[in-house]
Design a protein around this ligand. Structure first.
Ligand SMILES: Nc1ncnc2c1ncn2[C@@H]1O[C@H](COP(=O)(O)OP(=O)(O)OP(=O)(O)O)[C@@H](O)[C@H]1O
Length: 992
């Protein structure tokens, strides 16, 4: 055996109670065992805890740890250490830390109410406990659930010598504040309470009730008990003590009555029931006979039994209520961890009473030992039997290991009809006067001859002494135990008189009303007996355990004296034997430490061999063979069965696990790479898909836009064509667009290219529909321009214009040289200027004609001159004077001027005279004929008539004679006298 009292058989941990603190449960120790392979480090409960935890996480299978051993072997301690390990090493969040605290704090509460000092163990669990710890997918504890089994209720009313009642009573009396005790009607002295003095052992050196009280009170708060609930709970505890002190005695009339009134008062107050009803119920019973209810008084013994039954029932049900409340506070909260619900896994911890053999064994020991038989059966099923059967089934050559199969004992206890429990139930239920002795007789009748059942009557002379007349002996797998049948029937029936039950059902204490349902009183159905209930709950427990992967911790008690360092070999040998450790060892030695289905094995380790990675295509067995060959397994290290591989030594599997661990980073990298690639590819595809969608939407939009434009264009073209066809019609739907457009275009054209000046006569041709408007517009435009022009025009320019207008009126289309004269400006001083080249060309006839010009007044402004006189400019007058044409001209008589229509510069001023002899016209040649004539005409207020002659001009010569000037056009200007005596002027032809 390894140091510090621990070793493994296969994966079974054998733990020896050191009975002292070993200082191997520190946080540092937990860290040492965390994630380390089972066999790499010295055996420890933390190794089992960690291994189970890792198995749960890697294999995703629910696990359970079965802790077994006899009372005082250290089971409860082991289960606490396991819980502590998970609480410390598992990942937790804020919410989970509350749960972790509750999980841990549930222990002191359950121990206070369910543990007691026994002869074998100062802190013996007097109930069986199976606890499920639920973990989420991250491995964090998220919930818990406790199943409790068969509380040893009889301890409430009776304890063997040297033993105590449940801890909570002593804790309350030792630790409870004085106020609290007064309120509960209690005294701080355990000796005062009948239920606490039976074992004569109120104080135990290893137990500090005062401290434990504080721990329990704190734990109740942490778990979430409401103050009212705690108050109710304490009331119930106190009421049990008061019940114990409730005494009966004979009344005046010889009837049985309660003699302790104060107790009754406290009881009615603490239990929240009517005092009189309770008094009545404790001293009378209600019997229903032939449908009629009758009340009959109880005898002294019956009243004591009824009182004790009430105390046991109240305490027992309160304990169950306590477990229910703890479960509620540990419950997995769906709403908080909804996401992880589906992926949660469970580790179950079974800490159940060990095999018990006392001096005096009763119904409780019978149930406890039956439970141990069942667990041994499970152990056999899961390890010894199934393992050997498996080798056979898998075709592995195997030398069977012999072991004792305790199924025969289980059947003896639980068998239908012929089982001990069935017989007990039958006896309890049968009419007549069944008794413990009649039960024993029935057992003898039915089970007589069974190899594992012995009674005084059935045993032979040698062994008869070992079994008393009121006992039966069972030869358990762990040893022989004598059970006294006394109390078997009562304990099995677990009956509470109906009227007592009715009273408690009326209680206004919240906890009691949850423990005692009113329907119970009315329900006619017989309740299940305690043994049957226990049998059924055990069957359920076995079912739960079977569904999980088990790990075992076998606890060994080294000595009965609870001493450290003392090893009682006989005692240990006995435990080793009954725990089946030797068989287990033999099977393990001869067998294989591990087995895995080919598929599981291949799936887990295929990455270690290039030929099996990533997928093996052939038969699974071939794949596994290839894999183990690659891993270098030696032939003695493994065997291949029909569906599984069997690995003999743990170290082989661990080295494979180590290889997997080493390979893991690369695998993770590969997975990460593939995943990232996959994710990016998916992202890319998504983007591409999105781009395609956007593109097609965009293209669709563009195409639709184009199509819309085209359609619009086509519509317009169509409207244009139609409009064009109907352009001459009245405005109608067919042409309205066209006309509008024409109108708009025309107006826009005008807007953009309006006539630049008044001289710009260009005007766009309007569409027919706008002809009239166009004319109006044109007129308006011209008028506007002209107005503007006129506003801008200078006076000289105006004068010029007026003269030009006059010139045009006279000469336009009349005289050939007119067009050339238009652009030439009239010079204001023309008539004064030298350029005014005026000379007398000819005087007709021989006579010298005297010409005279009467310059009556010279006025620079000209217009102001006397209107009746021809006003000539001085230079013009000078010229005339120079030409010695001294002639008096009465300009008022100058009625006409004759000019030819050709381009010559000749003009004849017709000067009328009364005197024909004096009369002579003036013939002048002038370069600026048009200007001169215009000015003369203007000066004469346009009353002068300008004759335009085509061929010839006749003029008057003095003395009544007439001269003629003939005009002809030729290449150049020529003046000559022709034969007829006419003056012939050849005017040059001008280019148009
Ligand atoms: N690992 C341990 N280290 C130190 N002391 C231990 C250890 N295990 C057990 N003990 C001591 O042995 C006592 C009994 O242990 P425990 O209550 O766990 O036994 P048990 O097997 O649960 O007994 P029962 O079946 O009666 O409940 C403890 O109170 C403690 O003093």
């Amino acid at each position: 055996m390894r140091y510090r009292g621990r070793t493994y058989i296969g994966s079974v941990l054998v733990s020896v109670n050191p009975n002292k603190d070993l200082e191997i449960y520190s946080k540092a120790h937990m860290e040492r065992y965390r994630g380390v392979s089972f066999y790499e480090i010295s055996p420890h409960i933390y190794a089992v805890s960690d291994n189970t935890y890792r198995a749960m996480r890697t294999e995703r299978r629910d696990q359970c740890i079965l802790i077994s051993g006899e009372s005082g072997a250290g089971k409860t301690e082991v289960s606490k250490k396991i819980l502590q390990y998970y609480a410390t090493t598992c990942p937790v969040t804020d919410h989970l830390s509350t749960l972790r605290d509750r999980l841990l704090q549930s222990n002191p509460v359950l121990e206070a109410f369910g543990n007691a000092k026994t002869l074998r163990n100062d802190n013996s669990s007097r109930f069986g406990k199976y606890m499920d710890v639920q973990f989420d997918f991250r491995g964090a504890p998220i919930g818990g659930h406790i199943l409790n089994y068969l509380l040893e209720k009889s301890r409430v009313v009776h304890q063997n010598h040297g033993e105590r009642n449940f801890h909570i009573f002593y804790q309350l009396l030792e630790g409870g504040e004085q106020d609290l005790l007064s309120k509960l009607g209690l005294e701080r002295n355990a000796q005062k309470y009948q239920y606490l003095v039976k074992g004569c052992c109120p104080r135990v050196s290893s137990i500090n009730d005062k401290n434990d009280w504080r721990t329990v009170r704190k734990a109740l708060t942490v778990i979430g008990f409401h103050e009212d609930e705690v108050e109710d709970l304490l009331n119930i505890i106190a009421s049990v003590l008061h019940l114990g002190n409730t005494q009966f005695g004979e009344g005046k009339n010889g009837e049985n009555q309660i003699t302790t009134e104060p107790q009754l008062k406290y009881l009615s107050k603490l239990l929240g029931v009517d005092g009189a009803a309770l008094r009545e119920a404790l001293t009378h019973k209600k019997i229903t006979a032939k449908g009629e209810e009758m009340i009959s008084p109880l005898s002294f013994e019956q009243a004591v039994a009824a009182r004790d039954a009430l105390a046991k029932a109240v305490y027992g049900r309160t304990f169950t209520w306590l477990v229910v409340k703890i479960n509620q506070s540990l419950a997995f909260k769906d709403d908080v961890y909804n996401s992880s619900k589906g992926s949660s896994s469970v580790i179950g911890l079974l800490d159940i009473y060990g095999f018990e053999v006392f001096q005096h064994n009763s119904f409780e020991q019978f149930c406890i030992n039956y439970c141990n038989e069942k667990l041994q059966q499970l152990f056999i099923e899961l390890t010894l039997k199934s393992e050997q059967e498996e080798y056979e089934a898998e075709g592995i050559t195997w030398e069977p290991v012999k072991y004792f199969d305790n199924k025969i004992i289980c059947d003896l206890v639980e068998g239908k009809h012929k089982g001990l429990i069935s017989i007990l139930d039958e006896e309890c239920l049968r009419p007549g006067e069944p008794s413990d002795i009649s039960f024993l007789e029935k057992l003898e009748d039915t089970l007589g001859g069974h190899a594992h059942f012995v009674t005084h009557k059935l045993s032979n002379g040698k062994t008869r002494k070992a079994v008393s007349r009121e006992e039966f002996k069972l030869i358990h797998y762990a040893g022989e135990v004598n059970y006294s049948v006394n109390g078997f029937l009562d304990k099995n029936k677990d009956l509470l008189y109906r009227n007592l039950k009715e009273v408690i059902c009326q209680s206004n204490c919240q906890v009691l009303s949850q423990c005692f349902h009113r329907e119970e009183v009315t329900d006619q159905k017989r309740p299940e007996t305690a043994a049957t209930q226990f049998k059924n709950s055990l069957a359920k427990l076995i079912e739960i355990l079977m569904s999980k992967e088990p790990s075992y911790v076998r606890c060994i008690k080294p000595n009965d004296a609870k001493q450290s360092g003392r090893f009682d070999e006989a005692l240990v040998r006995h435990q080793v034997k009954y725990l089946g450790l030797m068989e287990n060892l033999r099977v393990r030695r001869a067998g294989f430490a591990y087995r895995r289905h080919y598929e599981t094995f291949l799936q887990r380790y295929k990455s270690l061999c290039p030929r099996t990675w990533p997928n093996w295509q052939g038969r699974l067995a071939d794949g596994v063979a290839t894999l183990v060959q690659h891993l270098g397994y030696k032939p003695e290290e493994y065997k291949l069965g029909k569906t599984k591989i069997f690995i003999r030594f743990p170290k082989t599997l661990f080295s494979t696990e180590d290889s997997l661990e080493a390979r893991r980073p690369a695998l993770v990298l590969t997975l990460q790479t593939s995943w990232r690639g996959y994710r990016e590819r998916a992202k890319y595809l998504r983007i591409r898909q999105a781009v395609i969608v956007i593109q097609s939407a965009w293209r669709g939009m563009i195409s639709r836009q184009k199509a819309r434009r085209r359609r619009h264009a086509v519509d317009i073209i169509r409207k244009f064509i139609k409009g064009f066809i109907y352009r001459h019609y009245e405005r109608c739907p067919e042409n309205e667009y066209f006309l509008d457009h024409q109108r708009f275009s025309f107006l826009m054209m005008l807007f953009r290219n309006p006539p630049k000046s008044v001289l710009d006569k260009s005007w766009p041709i309007p569409p027919p529909c706008l002809t009239e408007a166009s004319e109006h517009l044109c007129r308006l435009c011209m008028r506007n321009m002209m107005r503007a022009y006129c506003r801008r025009i200078q006076p000289e320019w105006k004068k010029q214009m007026e003269q030009k207008v006059v010139a045009s009126q006279i000469f336009k289309d009349q005289k050939d040289s007119y067009p050339q004269s238009v652009p030439k400006l009239f010079v204001a001083s023309r008539l004064n200027s030298e350029e005014f080249n005026l000379k007398v060309i000819q005087t007709l006839g021989n006579d010298k004609v005297k010409y005279g010009i009467a310059v009556t007044k010279y006025d620079r402004r000209g217009y102001k001159a006397r209107p009746r006189q021809l006003l000539l400019t001085s230079s013009f007058a000078m010229l005339v004077a120079e030409a010695k044409l001294k002639q008096r001209i009465d300009y008022a008589t100058l009625r006409s001027i004759s000019v030819s229509s050709l381009s010559d510069g000749f003009m004849v001023l017709h000067v009328p005279s009364e005197d024909n002899k004096q009369k002579s016209d003036v013939v002048l040649q002038c370069d600026h004929l048009i200007e001169v004539v215009t000015k003369l005409a203007t000066m004469a207020d346009k009353k002068i008539k300008v004759n335009m002659s085509q061929d010839s001009i006749t003029f008057a010569v003095a003395r009544g004679k007439e001269g003629v000037i003939d005009f002809t056009s030729g290449p150049e200007l020529k003046v000559a006298k022709c034969k007829k005596g006419h003056l012939l002027v050849t005017a040059p032809k001008l280019n148009p």
